[in-house]
Design a protein around this ligand. Structure first.
Ligand SMILES: [Zn+2]
Length: 192
């Protein structure tokens, strides 16, 4: 059996988290920037956590969903083997309704409901809700673009956003014709 298809053990996760041998996905960075979760909360949760679900993923191998606590705050951390002797933290969030009835259990009612347009989240299998995103930002060749009031699907669990093909075509058309309404200032944070 390939190493990647084996479940990663809780001990391995705890070891890697304790010595800082882990990598964070862009998903997690978005949550950190949004102030939804902190690195300390993720580390605290991994230090005392337990695996509550194992998800099979053909590309990433098996991923383990860890529930731990940072003080009183429940934190879910999705962990995988990054294949370079490091732990990959795919996403981290505070479990809450409607997906989670409580930190240990998913809501029964949410299990079979599926959004017709978007289906379930490709990354985590969470439920996708249709929303209008006030600011949908993306970067292209170093330039930041902000698209206002975009109809999108938002994963209620991990925060991934999806847009439909119709929406994508309309955005594409507007970009193609240079139909920009203005420019805005952005906050820049220098890491070094
Ligand atoms: Zn998701």
């Amino acid at each position: 059996m390939l190493k990647s298809m084996k479940d990663i053990t809780l001990n391995w996760i705890k070891e890697k988290a304790a010595v800082g041998e882990y990598l964070l996905s862009e998903h997690v960075i978005r949550f950190l920037m949004g102030g939804k979760i902190s690195v300390q909360e993720i580390e605290n949760a991994l230090s005392n956590g337990n695996v509550i679900e194992v998800h099979q993923n053909p590309m990433r191998g098996n991923c383990s969903l860890v529930l731990g606590y940072s003080g009183e705050k429940p934190v879910h951390v999705m962990c995988a083997d990054a294949k370079n002797n490091r732990l990959a933290i795919l996403f981290a969030y505070i479990p809450c309704p409607p997906i989670w009835e409580n930190p240990e259990n998913r809501s029964k009612s949410g299990v079979n409901r599926m959004n017709e347009r978007f289906g379930k989240c490709f990354f985590c299998g969470g439920e996708i809700k249709e929303i209008t995103v006030g600011n949908f930002d993306y970067r292209f060749e170093g330039q930041l673009y902000v698209i206002k009031k975009v109809p999108a699907g938002l994963c209620q669990q991990c925060g991934e956003k999806y847009i439909s093909s119709d929406t994508a075509r309309k955005i594409n058309m507007k970009v193609g014709t240079g139909a920009y309404s203005g420019t805005e200032n952005v906050y820049v944070l220098e890491y070094e």
